[in-house]
Design a protein. Sequence first.
Length: 592
Amino acid sequence: MQNKRVVIANSVGIDSRGYYIMHSPSRWSQGVKNAKDLFTYYPWELAYLSSLLKRDTEHHVKFIDGCLEKFNLEQYKERIALLEPNYIVMEPSTRTLEEDISLALWSKEKFGTKIVFCGQHATAYPEDLLSRGVDFACQGEYEFTVLDILLDKSLDSIRGLYPNQRRELLDVKLLPFPEDEDVRRIDYATPGEPNCEYLEIQMYASRGCPLMCLFCVAQNLYYGKSSHRIRRVESVVEEIKLLKNKYPEMEGVFFDEEMHNADKNFVMELTSAIKKAGLDNLKYNAMCGHWTLDREMLEAMKSAGYYKIRVGVETADPMGAIGMRIGPKNRLDKLEENLKIAREIGMKVYATFTIGGMGSSKDGDRKTGELIQRLVGEGLLTDIQVSINTPLPGSPYFERVKRMGYLLEQDWSKFDGGNFSVVSYPNYSKNEIEENFRYVLKCYDEGLKCQKEFSFKSKLSEDVNKFELSSMKKILFLRSNRMWQVELTADLLKEFSEKIEIDVIGQPQVENILKKLPCVKKIYLYEGGFFTLDNFKKQFDSRFDKKYDAVFIFYNNFRRVGYSEVEAIANSIQAEFVAGVFPDGSLKINHE
């Protein structure tokens, strides 16, 4: 068999509209305007495939990540042109399809490249992709399907290759450690996932989940059934050791699989092995199911170095829970029981919620906002994520809303759970869903204000006095984090002096909230997504020559990760100093 040049390529990193792509095809992908510092997820299944091909074939395999390298389409073409691949393997989501297929078809035209598409969209629409020039559409888990293609096996015998029968779920114990040669896994930690508080490498100790939620891409498309498969504990520990030896700067691990704790015995054995190996000096956080937690498991995790768990709650609405088929996730009594144990032992908890799913209603989703506000306010939840429930093609949710006439969009770029609703129900419109999305995020802010007000303002007051800042008269806020932090800071500064004047550069969606802040004199609306220096200059340079005593930046993490563009803007403004406000209320002063 002749050796081939094979490129394993993650998605294009910047789409044609300037949106930076946060690609997670087995969950949901999102685009963010002008987000130069945007983190990207480690493309775990492509990464396992890359290592598998390098181990089990003689082909020349190269792994490229357009999201990590922030490639637009033209930049990606330049990189591909250096390799002239015989095969290109990609895992496009519906959100990224058009950019990804443009890249692959360009390579096919230029170099005669064979195109292999895998993952969510390939599983949902194999015939459409083949009609557009894709050579192979792999359905479900695809590592061994692609391996068989590249071993030149008879195509009609390869399970998982459309139109053949789907492949049985693989044994995760047979896989090598994922790709860490052509990309450095530590690079995905800078900037890392926003709720990772340390320099954490993404890892996968298991695969799958026992549930079959209506909207879930991983379970319905990749696995096709309820499943949970665990690796050998010894292998997981060996991988942690290998990563720590290779990257001494590594501070922890983010177990980003579907459900880390589906098997209690596995968690108990893993936490024991972590301690025995002396790896409990690292920090761990993990995606978990809240309904399988108990005190024994939580205490074992805490003792092994786990500092945070992440749980899916989805909704507080019983009808929404039924419609979305989330099963025991809706056991809110069990949730609160475990949240109280976690708070007692010092384990942080991050929860995910979703708005506008099947069975939801305007009032029901508002109940979710009220639950979030209470749980966050009581310190039972540390952080949350809210998404707009998006019916990705191939999922039962997509088929249902399409059949019932609730689906509004066929523009795949709108299938983005961080920005748009693509459905409208008879009693719950698209606009109401998007309005509730903003309402629930506001509830989160109100909960954080309640939870943090005393400690945040106490620390901020201490540092204002320490740095002798009480004489400030004219201040500019760059609204670079959630509103609770901005509001509490404005309240505290007003307590120091009624004469302080605050100007704010903020986004249109928070204009009405900004107008209510004490001491605010002028609001400058920043259009176009995340702060960037170039965009700031385009919008404000000709009319922004004011001088301030201080410019305030609001950070969502203590390492200032993801804030280089905000800092560049602050340093471009005439001010005596730049003040960084951190999540605990502490200040860092820069006089440069």
